[in-house]
Design a protein around this ligand. Structure first.
Ligand code: SF4
Length: 124
């Protein structure tokens, strides 16, 4: 069965609306991309959509109760829920340094969860 679908490219701020025709594992660009990067994006979005994940993790004994974190690379959409579940169960002890790995191989994905801020010890 051939399906036509619109995909909005988010590689650059132009945000081209790309019309694609999908036939099983084959993808044909119909129209809309202003450059070649849109072709690769549309293929990935159609067959293996991924997103960078940003959220926060609990901190014990820190100046702040949470530290912001991100995934080390884009996460497959179907893995978002198990990854968020593992992050929710996680707490880290202060101090936390920006760039510090908080969880390695989260939800068996070969992706790490990394702190994006520094949280010092609570001085009280
Ligand atoms: S197709 Fe090219 S120009 Fe259009 S949004 Fe994607 S990267 Fe930008």
């Amino acid at each position: 069965m051939i399906v036509e679908r619109n995909i909005t490219c988010i590689v650059c701020p132009i945000g081209c609306k790309i019309l694609v025709r999908i036939d099983g594992t084959q993808l044909e660009i119909v129209e809309g991309n202003k450059c070649k990067r849109g072709i690769e994006y549309a293929k990935n979005e159609a067959f293996d959509p991924r997103r960078m994940l940003t959220t926060s993790v609990l901190v014990n004994g820190g100046e702040w109760p949470l530290v912001s974190v991100k995934s080390s690379k884009p996460v497959p959409k179907e893995k978002l829920f198990p990854i968020l579940k593992e992050i929710k169960r996680t707490a880290v002890n202060a101090p936390v340094k920006s760039g510090q790995t908080i969880i390695k191989n989260v939800a068996n994905t070969d992706i790490s969860i990394v702190a994006t801020k520094t949280v010092k010890n609570n001085k009280i």
